[in-house]
Design a protein around this ligand. Structure first.
Ligand code: 13P
Length: 250
């Protein structure tokens, strides 16, 4: 019996304008209203945060950002800081998404700095890890996860951290990891977290699965002992499919 409260998080990536985000947020909140015992978070783009925060006010659905810079303010053109995210209404922030690692030079070191900044500001970091197709085929999955978790979270107090396991080959491809494949990685990540933070802390931490989660596969993933929720891309863009995942596909 899992004691961790599941978290179903939507990553809207570079989709939706502010009015579109607010409209979908209202529909997500309506879909989430009937779901008990689960936390729901959506992460629209930076420019949508303020409008989305207004749409979510009083609904219990959490607001997240998709990235954070580690300095609090300064001459860092294009970056957004933790205090800015807090002021915009965020409680969560995604850090180290594989698209940021792949296209924007994010490294385990920058992930560590950003996660530290999120914790410092009282934001819940959702730290993404996951192997590429070549790494999985080369038998390197656990080695990669070990490195990403250890270096990404080194020296941090992990009590509030959420980890998202997102195998890169499963993102946006329709290829979901099987529940057993995901469980193996999640159990391994929890063991690494246990070495880093102690077994008790690790037992309380949520590890989300991400990569082609849909209403039809959410229930089997969520049934696994170390899967504590989902980080959803494509299927979070409509309240109908995201609502189905929030209800664990039921
Ligand atoms: P998809 O659900 O579209 O595969 O995206 C997963 C993801 O990257 C969430 O962060």
């Amino acid at each position: 019996m899992k004691t961790r409260t599941p978290l179903i998080a939507g990553n809207w990536k570079m989709y939706k304008t502010p009015p579109e985000a607010a409209e979908t947020a209202r529909a997500v909140a309506a879909a989430a209203a009937g779901a008990a015992g689960v936390e729901v978070m959506i992460a629209p783009s930076f420019v949508c945060l303020t409008e989305t925060a207004k749409a979510l006010a009083g609904t219990g659905v959490f607001l997240g950002a998709q990235d954070i810079f580690w300095e609090t303010e300064g001459a860092f053109t294009g970056e957004v800081s933790g205090p800015m995210l807090k002021a915009a209404g965020c409680s969560h922030v995604i850090v180290g998404h594989s698209e940021r690692r792949q296209f924007f030079g994010e490294t385990d070191e920058s992930v560590n700095k950003k996660t530290r900044a999120a914790i410092r500001e009282g934001l819940i970091p959702v730290v993404c890890v996951g192997e590429t197709k070549a790494e999985r085929e080369g038998g390197l999955t656990l080695k990669v996860l070990d490195r990403q978790v250890r270096r990404g979270l080194e020296g941090l107090s992990l009590e509030t951290v959420v980890v998202a396991y997102e195998p890169v080959w499963a993102i946006g491809t329709g290829l979901t990891a099987t529940a057993d494949q995901a469980q193996e990685s999640h159990a391994f990540i929890r063991s690494v977290l246990g070495e880093a933070a102690g077994k008790n802390v690790a037992e309380g931490l949520r590890i989300l699965y991400g990569g082609s989660v849909k209403p039809g596969n959410a229930a089997s993933l969520m049934a696994m002992p170390d899967i504590d929720g989902a980080l959803v891309g494509g299927a979070s863009l409509s309240a109908e499919s995201f609502g189905g995942i929030i209800r664990f596909g039921g």
